[in-house]
Ligand binder design. Structure first.
Ligand code: NDP
Length: 314
C-alpha cells in the first residue's frame, strides 16, 4: 500500500485498450504500475462481439478475449490490478492522493484511461441485445451487416457518418432523427441525404427493440403523426453521442465543452505535470481500440520520461 512518503510510481485508471497498453509499457519499464479496473473492467470492447480490425488477429477475436489477453500481457510484466473504481482524486500537489472504494493511495504520476461511454436510449431490450444486433460502433460492427437492413439513431455528425459508412455494407439504412432537422454539419448532412441507400425518418424515435436472441426489428414512433409502427431489420446502431468518463478529474484537468480531457498536441500530457490522459477520455476523433492502445503506449512513455526528469531535477 502506498503512502505519501512512499507513493506509487504510476497509477493507471481504466482497463480498456488504452489503460492496459499503458500498463504493459509501464511494467516493462519497471515502473510497477498499479491499475484500477473502473466501472467497466475491460472497457467498451467487453460489450462487443467479434473484433476484426485490431491488428494481429487475422481471424478476428472476441472483444472480451482480446481484453483478457491484454490484461494477461500486462500482468506478465508485474502490473498489479485492483478491482476498485476511482471515487476521488486530488491533483493539487504531488504525490497525488486518490480514493478508490476502500483503498486510498498516493501516486507520483497518473495515467487517466477511463474511456468514454456510448450513450444508449435506455430501453430494456436495447440493453439486452447489445452485441446481438444493437451496437454503438458502426466502424466495429458494420461489416457484419452485408446486404442487411439496419437503422442508425441520431442526427449529429456521428450518425451521419455512421449511416454513410453502413451503406457500404447494408442494403438499406434508416436514419432515425428525433427532430425534423439534422444537427450534423452541412457537408455531412448533404452527403447522407444524397445517399440512395439511406431513408431518413424524421420526428422518429425508437420505442422498443424486437427480437429474442438477435435483433429482428424495431418499434418506432412518429411524434408528429403520433403513430407507432414496426420496421423489420437486423442491426440497430446508436449514434447519440458519447460521454467521456472524466468527472472525477473535472476539478483539475482542462476539458473541452463536452468533458473530453484536453492534451497537448501530439502528446498525452494534460495541464497538470505528471498526469497523462489516453484513449477515449481524450479522443473526440477516432475512438478505435487500436488508437486507444497507441495513445496508452504514448502515455506510459511520457510518464516514464517525466518521472526520470523529476528524479534528475530533485
Ligand atoms: P452530437 O451530440 O453532436 O449529436 C447527438 C445526436 O443524437 C443529436 O442529433 C441528438 O439529437 C441525438 N440524440 C441525443 N439523444 C437522443 C435520444 N435519446 N434519442 C434520439 N436522438 C438522440 O454527438 P455526435 O457523436 O454526433 O458528435 C460529437 C462531436 O463529434 C460533435 O462535435 C461532432 O461534430 C464531432 N464529430 C465529428 C465528425 C467528423 O467531423 N468527421 C464525426 C463524428 C463526430 P438532437 O439534435 O435533437 O439533440
Amino acid at each position: 500500500m502506498s503512502t505519501q512518503e512512499n507513493p506509487e510510481k504510476v497509477v493507471i485508471f481504466g482497463t480498456g485498450p488504452a489503460g492496459l497498453t499503458a500498463a504493459i509499457y509501464a511494467a516493462r519499464a519497471d515502473l510497477e504500475p498499479l491499475v484500477y479496473d473502473g466501472m467497466q473492467p475491460g472497457g467498451q470492447l467487453t460489450i462487443t462481439t467479434d473484433v476484426e480490425n485490431f491488428p494481429g488477429f487475422a481471424d478476428g477475436i472476441m472483444g472480451p478475449e482480446l481484453m483478457d489477453i491484454l490484461r494477461a500481457q500486462a500482468a506478465r510484466f508485474g502490473t498489479r490490478f485492483s478491482m476498485n473504481a476511482l471515487d476521488s482524486i486530488d491533483l493539487t500537489s504531488r504525490p497525488f492522493h486518490y480514493v478508490c472504494g476502500d483503498e486510498e493511495g498516493w501516486a507520483d504520476s497518473v495515467i487517466v484511461a477511463t474511456g468514454a461511454s456510448a450513450r444508449y436510449l435506455g430501453l430494456e431490450n436495447e440493453i439486452r441485445l447489445q452485441g446481438y444486433g444493437v451496437s454503438a460502433c458502426a466502424t466495429c460492427d458494420g461489416f457484419f451487416y452485408r446486404d442487411r437492413v439496419v437503422a442508425v439513431v441520431g442526427g449529429g455528425d456521428s450518425a451521419a457518418e455512421e449511416a454513410s459508412f453502413l451503406t457500404k455494407f447494408a442494403s438499406k439504412v434508416y436514419l432515425l432523427v428525433r427532430r425534423d432537422e439534422l444537427r450534423a454539419s452541412k457537408i455531412m448532412a448533404q452527403r447522407v441525404l444524397a445517399n440512395e441507400k439511406v431513408e431518413v425518418l424524421w420526428n422518429t424515435s425508437v420505442v422498443d427493440v424486437l427480437g429474442d436472441d438477435t435483433v429482428t426489428g424495431i418499434r418506432v414512433k412518429d411524434s408528429k403523426a403520433n403513430e407507432e409502427r414496426d420496421i423489420t431489420l437486423e442491426g440497430l446502431f446508436l449514434a447519440i453521442g458519447h460521454t467521456p468518463n472524466s468527472s472525477a478529474f473535472a476539478d483539475w484537468l482542462d476539458t473541452d465543452g463536452s468533458g473530453y480531457i484536453e492534451t497537448a498536441a501530439d502528446s498525452t500530457a494534460t495541464n497538470i505535470g505528471g498526469v497523462f490522459a489516453c484513449g477515449d477520455v481524450q479522443d473526440t476523433q477516432y475512438r478505435q481500440a487500436v488508437t486507444a492502445a497507441g495513445s496508452g503506449c504514448m502515455a506510459a512513455l511520457e510518464a516514464e520520461r517525466w518521472l526520470e526528469e523529476q528524479a534528475h531535477s530533485a
